[in-house]
Design a protein around this ligand. Sequence first.
Ligand SMILES: Cc1cc2nc3c(=O)[nH]c(=O)nc-3n(C[C@H](O)[C@H](O)[C@H](O)COP(=O)(O)OP(=O)(O)OC[C@H]3O[C@@H](n4cnc5c(N)ncnc54)[C@H](O)[C@@H]3O)c2cc1C
Length: 262
Amino acid sequence: MKIIVPVKQVPEVAEVKVNEETGTLIRDGVPSILNPFDEYAVEEAIKLRDHYGGEVVVMTMGPPQAKEALWKALAMGGDRAIHLTDRIFAGADTWATAYTLARQIKKMEYDLVICGKQAIDGDTAQVGPEIAELLGIPQICYVRHLEIDEDGKHVIAHRETDDGYDVIKAKMPVLLTATKGLNEPRLPNIMGIMKAKKKPLEEIDAATLGVPEDDLGLKGSPTTVRKVFPPERKSGGIKLQDVDAKEAARQLVEFLAKKGAI
Ligand SMILES: Cc1cc2nc3c(=O)[nH]c(=O)nc-3n(C[C@H](O)[C@H](O)[C@H](O)COP(=O)(O)OP(=O)(O)OC[C@H]3O[C@@H](n4cnc5c(N)ncnc54)[C@H](O)[C@@H]3O)c2cc1C
């Protein structure tokens, strides 16, 4: 089974600070990690490879330091890595990110593409579904349980929903996005960490990818960020306390009437 796992390097802290003047994220001094949801994707891919044979290729589009996320995925057990890296890729929105990744995936053989459900910094959960659309393959998002059908040609996935889960069967090749609960990602051991840097890691730039510059990075991005800012802190509101329910209701109606809400 050939499995491709797109992974993203993200800042370690959930609360990323924003430079309000430039509208960009302040990344200086913030340690980076492999996106936690991508760990579920890598773990699932390794388990499937160990059971069915084949290969796990981990892939990222990002600056030179994003290699560290690839090394972590290789240390967990990935077989080889692809690093799409070039200044031309910079400033990509989710579409341009997915387009770049999909153009590379199109050149490869694969049965499964497994993404994380979302990156903990960008948080859009768009890249996985966009890759599937660009490849023209089915997608099953928010997967928390996965089986390969007896025929070896279909996946049966439990997809998390607000009310429970759907059980969906799809013919491979298919793209899945992994969510918490799918497995327990392993911690790389010393041997894994030592072996990781000796595993094949291919760097691919825009010219090698063979895509015109206009379709990549900032130029290839149909969306632009107008402004980035932290949400306004809400004040505490008013508390109706030390009064019975009837009086609380009266005060609430009076308050809403003053505000013109009723
Ligand atoms: C107009 C615009 C400009 C931007 N400019 C920049 C910029 O200059 N620099 C910058 O760092 N970011 C920039 N971004 C953010 C960047 O587009 C996103 O980080 C990226 O597209 C991924 O989106 P996301 O973080 O929401 O990932 P999600 O869609 O939430 O990620 C879902 C899954 O997709 C996969 N995935 C996501 N990103 C990658 C990746 N790069 N490589 C491999 N797999 C991946 C992972 O499996 C991940 O779990 C910009 C965004 C916009 C809208």
